[in-house]
Ligand binder design. Structure first.
Ligand code: GLA
Length: 384
């Protein structure tokens, strides 16, 4: 049974009536441009076919009831029209409550509803299951209450929920691509202006996501630390953000920087340049250039930004040894585990999968999970 029908069926059996509509909000994979978003820089993600599904029906009172199918069928209930408190123990609830809190703080008048949430974005894999949930919840209330909120604003509300309510100081990339994704396209995002540039993905290539299944530890604290180090770097150049530091300025002044801050800054200034070059290379289907840019991005995350793990590096090496310059591979997402993204000619997908299956577990003791996806469209409402 497909996931949407399952969401509707469970909704019916739990609440005793039909859902009015289902919102589908995709996860994402970032092709290149890592940790550049909160430095006002450039990123190149695409939405994926793995998504969060949220079945909704209105209530006549101001209660919100939520059933989370993929979190042991846990339930949450809270009242609208007053400040929303943190849930003391269910972390997933705080993504829902956080979005409701941000909507209310912006003056939107919400009405009560029953909700059932499920989906197939792997959790904790760096494919943005949390952003999908935030964007999905914001879009669901937008639809339910006729709020007419623009997609970019939906993304900002999701990000604000994560920053202010959940406590991870993430950038805008994940929520923006979940809200604005386009079928068949990656989106080059200028994270300062939020301008979006459509970048077509060649139909002869497959996007593979290989989950290292390394459990991501200390993600939020390490993430927030990187963010602070980047601010320190920008401050050292008296710039509002690292977006405004050129490669030339960095090279001329790096000796004066704290050694660790210099590494972080070097990653960001060169990653921004790589991302702009990659947008051109994807457009021209210049695979050899992409291969080089993705390899440099990975090395930079490993040696300068220091966010990879030995298992992730092993996975990248295995895939690289098969792909050579016929495709590209790098870690994707915030880091410290999660997924590798590989851009692979369709005719090499089997060979790449076979190499991973033969070597990754043998070298690391951990079994991988392999996913493929075409670039998908952003959040949408599916009516009955
Ligand atoms: C996480 C964050 C994003 C971005 C990436 C790293 O996914 O949510 O905002 O910073 O890490 O590129």
């Amino acid at each position: 049974m497909n996931i949407e029908s399952n969401a509707r069926n469970v909704f019916l059996s739990h609440y005793g009536r039909d859902a009015d509509f289902v919102v589908k909000a995709p996860g994402r994979v970032n092709l290149i441009g890592e940790h550049t978003d909160y430095n006002d820089g450039f990123v190149l993600p695409c939405a994926i076919e793995y998504a969060t599904y949220i079945a909704v029906a209105p209530r006549t009172d101001n209660m919100v009831n939520v059933l989370a199918l993929d979190c042991n069928n846990e339930i949450d209930s809270f009242v609208l029209g007053q400040e929303v408190a943190h849930h003391p123990s269910q972390s997933w609830s705080n993504y829902v409550r956080g979005v409701v809190d941000e909507l209310q703080k912006r003056g939107h008048v919400l009405s009560g509803c029953d909700i059932c949430i499920t989906g197939n974005v792997p959790q904790g894999a760096g494919l943005s299951s949390s952003a999908a949930l935030e964007v999905g919840v914001a879009y669901a209330f937008n639809h339910l209450c006729d709020l007419f909120i623009e997609r970019k604003e939906i993304a900002k509300i999701g990000q604000a929920a994560e920053n202010n309510f959940v406590g991870c100081n993430c950038g805008i990339m994940d929520q923006l691509i979940s809200a604005c994704g386009q079928q068949g396209q990656a989106l080059g995002i200028d994270c300062q202006s939020l301008d979006l540039i459509e970048v077509s993905i060649n139909a002869g290539m497959t996007i593979m996501m290989i989950n290292s299944n390394v459990k991501r530890g200390l993600v939020d604290s390490e993430y927030n630390l990187r963010r602070e180090q980047c601010y320190d770097g920008a401050k050292a150049f008296s710039k509002p953000s690292l977006r405004h530091v050129s490669i030339e300025e960095y090279e001329a002044n790096k000796a004066q920087l704290d050694e660790q801050v210099a590494k972080r800054v070097e990653h960001i200034v060169y990653e921004n340049a790589r991302t702009l070059s990659a947008m051109q290379a994807f457009t021209n289907n210049d695979i050899a250039t992409l291969s080089k840019l993705m390899a440099q991005s990975h090395q930079s995350m490993r040696d300068l930004f220091e966010i990879t793990t030995p298992e992730i590096d092993t996975l990248v090496e295995i895939i690289n040894s098969v792909l050579g310059n016929k495709g590209g591979v790098r870690m994707t997402g915030g880091g410290f585990g999660g997924c590798v993204v590989a851009f692979v000619p369709n005719c090499m997908v089997e060979e790449v999968s076979a190499a991973i299956e033969a070597n990754y577990q043998q070298q690391t003791g951990i079994k991988e999970t392999i996913y493929t996806s075409l670039p998908a469209s952003g959040v949408s409402v599916i009516r009955a």
